[in-house]
Design a protein around this ligand. Structure first.
Ligand SMILES: CC(C)(COP(=O)(O)OP(=O)(O)OC[C@H]1O[C@@H](n2cnc3c(N)ncnc32)[C@H](O)[C@@H]1OP(=O)(O)O)[C@@H](O)C(=O)NCCC(=O)NCCS
Length: 207
């Protein structure tokens, strides 16, 4: 989870405001893997619903620039997950220069054939609370990584790694990423200025 935080929110409170409860769609009653419909995030008209979804999942508040940038990415890695046509999950990824510290947005735009090595940085990956442990985040991550491979191959880019930060107390996320062969690395002290605990692990997966 990246740290574009302006204010923090209570995760429990966010779950109570779950938009799925007003839509009439029932949360899954059985803990079983489901076939979730995934869609590439590219329609700018979804900006506000995506903002609401993220506010209900993450304890970090993301800026207007964050949301605007989501719709200007040619890599098509960002995906939404729907369960019974209810929006329940999201993954957002950006490309960065591998020479910069993980979590540093690229100021230049990348172009086909660019020789400078890049990394993919997972900014957000999340599922609304009632829909967790159904394999939805795993499917979102797989979809983003597949698009990443295609984009890198088509544009002849040099990709070195996939990276992200996870709050040290976030056992669910650490468990998910370890299962996906990410290495839990160094602790970045005070990475999330408005969260408690504020420290984050840097997770990486070499490509
Ligand atoms: C972490 C998170 C994204 C997982 O989403 P999810 O849709 O429940 O994930 P999945 O169902 O694909 O779980 C995949 C694996 O992760 C691990 N995992 C997920 N939740 C877990 C939990 N509560 N306890 C232990 N392991 C867990 C398991 O290994 C699981 O595989 P299994 O169910 O076969 O055992 C979700 O809890 C979430 O949205 N948290 C808030 C946002 C966040 O912290 N995002 C991560 C940082 S970007």
């Amino acid at each position: 989870m990246s740290k574009e935080d302006k204010s923090s929110q209570d995760l429990e409170g966010a779950a109570a405001a779950d938009p799925t409860t007003t839509s009439g769609a029932a949360a899954p009653s059985k803990k079983k893997k489901v076939m979730t419909r995934l869609a590439i995030l590219e329609d700018r008209r979804l900006l506000e619903i995506v903002r609401t979804l993220q506010q209900n999942i993450f304890p970090v508040k993301y800026s207007d620039t964050f949301y605007e940038n989501l719709f200007q990415q040619p890599h098509r890695m960002n995906h939404l997950a729907y369960f019974n046509d209810v929006l329940v999950g999201i993954v957002c990824v950006r490309l960065e220069l591998a020479s910069s510290a993980p979590g540093t947005p690229m100021t230049q735009t990348y172009s086909a054939g660019m020789t400078e090595p890049i990394r993919a940085y997972i900014m957000t990956l999340g599922t609304l609370k009632p829909y967790r442990r159904l394999g939805i985040a795993s499917q979102l991550l797989d979809a983003a990584m597949n698009k990443l491979k295609t984009f890198v191959a088509e544009n002849k880019l040099v990709l070195t790694e996939v990276a992200l930060h996870v709050q040290v107390s976030n056992d669910e996320a650490l468990s998910l990423y370890k299962k996906k062969q990410f290495i839990v690395g160094e602790v970045h002290v005070g990475y999330y200025k408005q969260l408690n605990p504020s420290d984050a692990h840097l997770l990486t997966k070499k490509i």
